[in-house]
Design a protein around this ligand. Sequence first.
Ligand SMILES: Cc1cc2nc3c(=O)[nH]c(=O)nc-3n(C[C@H](O)[C@H](O)[C@H](O)COP(=O)(O)O)c2cc1C
Length: 385
Amino acid sequence: MLARTGSMKERLAMHNANALKIGMFGSNCSSSRTATKAKERWSASWPDCLKLGQMGDEAGIDFMLPIGRWKGYGGDTDFHGSTLETMTWACGLLASTKRITVFGTIHAPLFNPIIAAKEFVTADQIGEGRFGLNIVAGWNEGEFEMFGVEQRDHETRYEYATEWIEAVKRAWSEPGTFDFEGRFLKLKGVRAFPKPFGGTRPLIMNAGSSGTGQAFALKNCDAFFTATSDIRVSLEAAAKKVQEVKAQARALGREIEVYTVGQVVCRATQKEADEFYHYANIENADWGAVERMLELRNITRKNFSPEEYEAKRKFFAGVSIGGFPYIGTPDKVAEELATVGRAGLRGIAISFVNYLDDLPLFRDEVLPRLERMGLREPQHMAAAG
Ligand SMILES: Cc1cc2nc3c(=O)[nH]c(=O)nc-3n(C[C@H](O)[C@H](O)[C@H](O)COP(=O)(O)O)c2cc1C
């Protein structure tokens, strides 16, 4: 393996030549991205996360993206009731892997930016340039109450996040002592060493879905994650969305990569895949948790007709929580993921009902198909490079 320099180019490419990056999303949270009572649901225990990180690293998976979640959503399983804190989780994984990029997901309002900047540097030094930062401005009231922190209104939340990331970037780059005088943050005599690996900085992503959230990402981040349904309508609609985002970034003099999210149920036959998806997402849905998540989005039985509410409940359990589902044989899943790449998306963060059960088939059957389609480099080359 060549020595890593930690250049921004290497970091953005996640240290390999794969055109379509594939990551695993949400494995630090119990049940991950499927609110299910199925016995196969994900534990998110450290031994399972470690096994998964190492399996993913060897398989050539590009990144692991955790969810910043502090409080479960209730229901029979208390969906996301058990979660590993993302920075400490990332450090453990970075120390135990060689190639994979690992993100930490940080709620800007909950972390002092100078402490956070040092945590990021520490993770980045451990991973030799493989740490990435997912900034979250916050949306879940109940989580903030738990910290005694009041949630700012939506616009102000992003103004604060803008200042916060500026302070972090200065701590990463200032060669000496500095003061930071912002509207929210007033920091005196800041000195922060060491700097990130290779004298550059970690890759930064954000997943705001509103206009303000998207504008924040364009201005401050390298990668923008979108869960918009445009991506699955058609190749043309997805390509249009990607071009729009990239053009808006260019108007600001910036380059940004667009990523999306999805859930994968891959089985040898379409019938098996469809049956498992139905079993996990619908028959065994944890409806209490699904309803709580809908309530947080102000979707309740009071403000929708019974038919509309039922449709939303089903849609949320089946499609929305985990992102659009890629369900089928290796041929079908590979073809649909290839479409994501052909539309100009840089990558996709996927989840499985049970990562350790489901990754081996994906690794053995879907990844080689994507290699043959030219979207990913052959594994022996990735390991050598
Ligand atoms: C890929 C992806 C990852 C996200 N990760 C988190 C997370 O870990 N924790 C969290 O509280 N919100 C997370 N969110 C929610 C977003 O940060 C954001 O709050 C949401 O998309 C609403 O956007 P807005 O702030 O522009 O209204 C994520 C969203 C997406 C699409």
